[in-house]
Design a protein around this ligand. Structure first.
Ligand code: MUC
Ligand code: MG
Length: 367
């Protein structure tokens, strides 16, 4: 079970349609595949999707920090010693996505070594997640058409609508068009990616107050400390925190300061080991969570589904797990499918999926 090597392989896969939102745009998945090798010949794999506009990491920085700091921290430990590797990686500040990928690749290697599913090792609450689809910036008509296609093709009836940065009345028009086009039975919530001031957020939420939103996510920057608290106190909608809560300490800070009522958990930035601490913290405090999406490919989406299905709390809400559908290609040997609005956790040891080595050779950018 001893780790003998950790690889960090950069690759690039275009999106058929770029994902645009208030804090940035992703046209190409410039991710890093992290592979943990053991002396038993087992290989555990996970994906690192750098998001410079959110965490400051880039593809090159993920490759470098894994190669220079995290691989040496992991080599020589057993795949059971996830806490040891976590503590060693923790000595380096930041780099949440690189740390998370090393952690999840260790879990995959552990599951494969034991012949057990990671989702079952994590908790095994259920075998699937309901899916929420994230709608990036387009015109109101295009966003309605995308939502209808997701409903008609995949049975998805929950949508996260990107808002912020562009004129807020356009966002109101989008949400109104979605509600009118899709009816009262679909669930809608908005994500501002820090794109509004507290005043703009208050105005926009007031203008959308008849549209039956479930909640609002990260409307204003975490540095707007009092503004966010004011918004949370005055809005009738629960406010969820996303990019402001990358660690258990940040979750604690946002919840105790009154700036947030709910928490987005992204395995791409917390991994499974730290993600479970966030679940415990939120359950203890009686706070709702949502499994978020970091514009993941299929491997990242499998991690979200495995973790979301593992615990009662994380399986309550639909998980954001459909953005891989917009990619022009992928690394998995067998594609994921979303049917009747649900994504099943792949069965089998570890994360339950295999890589297509030919696809990796095609998309990797380091050879
Ligand atoms: C989200 O929920 O904010 C956008 C940027 C990112 O890192 O994740 C996405 C989705
Ligand atoms: Mg978000």
């Amino acid at each position: 079970m001893k780790i003998t090597a950790v690889e960090a392989i950069p690759y690039a896969i275009d999106y058929r349609v770029p994902m645009r939102f208030a804090s940035g745009e992703v046209a190409t998945a410039e991710h890093v595949l992290v592979r943990v090798h053991t002396d038993d010949g087992v290989v555990g794999t996970a994906d690192a999707p750098p998001r410079p506009f959110t965490y400051g990491e880039t593809q090159a920085s993920v490759v470098a920090v894994v190669r220079d700091l995290f691989a040496p921290a992991a080599v020589g430990t057993s795949v059971l010693e996830r806490e040891v590797v976590r503590a060693r990686m923790h000595r380096t500040v930041g780099n949440p996505v690189a740390k998370a990928a090393v952690d999840m690749a260790m879990w995959d290697a552990l599951g494969r070594t034991l012949g057990t599913s990671v989702s079952e090792l994590l908790g095994g609450f259920t075998d699937r997640v309901r899916v929420s689809h994230m709608l990036g910036f387009h015109t109101p008509a295009e966003m309605v058409a995308e939502a209808e296609e997701m409903r008609d093709t995949h049975g998805i009836t929950t949508y996260k609508v990107k808002v912020g940065r562009r004129p807020w009345r356009l966002d109101v028009d989008v949400v109104r068009a979605l509600r009118e086009g899709l009816g009262d039975d679909v669930e809608l919530y908005v994500d501002g990616n820090r794109g509004w001031t507290p005043t703009e957020a208050a105005q926009a939420l007031e203008a959308m107050s008849d549209l039956g939103l479930t909640y609002a996510e990260e409307l204003c920057p975490a540095d707007d400390v009092l503004g966010r608290r004011w918004l949370s106190e005055h809005s009738s909608l629960p406010q969820f925190a996303d990019e402001s809560v990358t660690t258990p300490a940040e979750v604690t800070r946002e919840l105790l300061s009154g700036a947030a009522h709910g928490i987005s958990i992204k395995t791409a930035r917390s991994g499974f080991t730290t993600g479970q601490r966030v679940v415990g913290l939120c359950e203890g405090l009686g706070v709702e969570v949502v499994m978020g999406n970091q514009i993941d490919g299929q491997l990242g989406t499998v991690c979200t589904a495995a973790f979301g299905a593992a615990h009662e709390l994380t399986s309550r809400r639909p998980a954001e797990a459909s953005n891989f559908l917009a990619m022009s290609g992928d690394l998995l040997a067998e594609s994921l499918t979303i049917e009747d609005g649900e994504l099943r956790v792949p069965q089998g040891p570890g994360l339950g999926v295999e890589l297509d080595e030919d696809a990796l050779a095609h998309y990797r950018t380091d050879t």
